[in-house]
Ligand binder design. Structure first.
Ligand SMILES: [Zn+2]
Length: 412
């Protein structure tokens, strides 16, 4: 179960009473950090495959493809992205998902209220069931009957409807080996209100009520279900919005707004920069320029791309985590970051964002409760979302070969 965007430090008895009380019956992984870019669709693919983006191939919430006319940046959120990726590259994810690995063992069921892309990259090739407002599919990507479609809106109300259905239909009746429930809150509200504001705290409380409903349902079942509860990333408060394309054009490193020589993929507080082989600007030119920019917090190029688990030999020339600042906002929530202007030019100044390696966006929460994970201890060892899929498979006594991650340590 994923509470999208919930920072570990915002789980308090007054804001999230159910989650705050969990350490009594669950193991807490206080050393959990996110993947890079720390965005929903990438993390969804990492949870599904147990691999970092360099291995599973989904490199951002936006991603650059060559569909035959040169490099172009596309939003992974759109329902049609997976088909465009398949056409452009010959496949979707480069690593098998939990849904694929469980297809012969009873199948996986995913219910998600975030973007279509984040939902579909749990199971892009249709091995199990994925329910999402943009379209709900069964095995073979066959649409489910209309009466079974998940017709909800993002936000508290839709999350509550989805959670009730998940508890009644998936946990109580269908009992698949894997069920995934992905809430839109507090991400949906956190992107349009200040972190720690009354609106944001209400969204956290709403997500916490969904957690309570799942816990109450599982308690009634009295079985050996393993519950993994997490967020996909945290958030920082948006300080400045940088139009990275305009900055590169002005510096003579990119030909124009729609040019395919150097193409940036904005990912909130990160941007991933792709370079065509025949681009006029060389990697050295880009490195010299980016290193001089005050909005560039951390720069990863060449072999250093491996430090953030991105592919080093593809068209990605640079990854930037934008400048982070350690100061509190008006509600006492720490951490600011600059962001790269998104494809739609939306305004996020003063609101929550994520994507880079800032300390607060890289602080998701992670609890595991169930056989072997009940003793309430805190595990400080560094773990991340790539450890989740192997934990699921180990619990089901299935092999987890070929994954970047290993099962979450059960010992303190
Ligand atoms: Zn998210």
């Amino acid at each position: 179960m994923v509470c999208d965007s919930l920072r570990a430090d915002m789980i308090r008895p007054d804001t999230a009473p159910t989650l705050a009380a969990l350490p009594g019956i669950a193991k807490r992984y206080s050393g959990c950090r996110g993947v890079f870019p720390s965005v929903t669709r990438v993390t969804s693919a990492s949870i599904a495959t147990g691999c970092h983006p360099g291995r599973h191939g989904l490199l951002g919430n936006t991603m650059v493809l060559d569909e035959g006319a040169g490099l172009v940046c596309l939003s992974v959120a759109k329902p049609e992205f997976r088909e465009r990726m398949r056409k452009a590259t010959g496949r979707t994810l480069l690593a098998p998902t939990l849904a694929e690995r469980l297809a012969g063992h009873g199948g996986a069921v995913v219910m998600s209220n975030v973007s279509a892309g984040a939902a579909y990259f749990q199971d892009p090739d249709g091995f199990g069931h994925v329910y999402h407002s943009a379209g709900s599919y069964g095995p073979g990507l066959v649409p489910v009957p209309d009466a079974q479609h998940l017709d909800i809106q993002k936000g508290e109300a839709g999350d509550a409807v989805m959670t009730a259905r998940f508890c009644d239909e998936i946990l109580r009746e269908r009992r698949p080996p894997l069920g995934v429930l992905w809430l839109s809150e507090p991400d949906y509200t956190g992107h349009k209100s200040p972190l720690g504001s009354p609106e944001h705290l209400a969204a956290i409380r709403a997500a916490d009520r969904c957690v309570k409903r799942v816990l109450d349902t599982l308690r009634g079942l009295d079985d050996d279900t393993l519950l993994i509860l997490c967020s996909d990333h945290g958030m920082e408060t948006t300080a400045r919005t940088i139009s990275v394309d305009d900055v590169l054009i002005e510096a003579g490193l990119k030909a124009g707004r729609d040019s395919s020589d150097v193409v940036t993929a904005p990912n909130g507080t990160a941007t991933v920069i792709y370079r065509a082989r025949d681009a006029k600007a060389g990697a050295d030119d880009l490195q010299r320029f980016l290193a001089s920019q005050d909005w560039v917090g951390k720069l990863f190029m060449g072999a250093a791309l491996a430090e953030v688990a991105l592919p080093v030999n593809g068209p990605v020339v640079a990854a930037v985590s934008l400048r982070a600042e350690n100061r509190p906002n008006e509600f006492g929530v720490w951490g600011y970051g600059d962001i790269a202007a998104d494809l739609d030019g939306r305004e996020f100044t003063g609101f929550g964002q994520h994507g880079g390696v800032g300390p607060n966006e890289q602080r998701p929460f992670l609890f595991v409760s169930g056989p072997g994970y009940r003793d309430g201890t805190d595990v400080a060892a560094p773990v991340s979302h790539v450890n989740i899929a192997p934990t699921v498979l180990a619990h089901l006594s299935l092999p987890w070969d070929g994954m970047d991650g290993t099962p979450l340590p059960a010992a303190g």
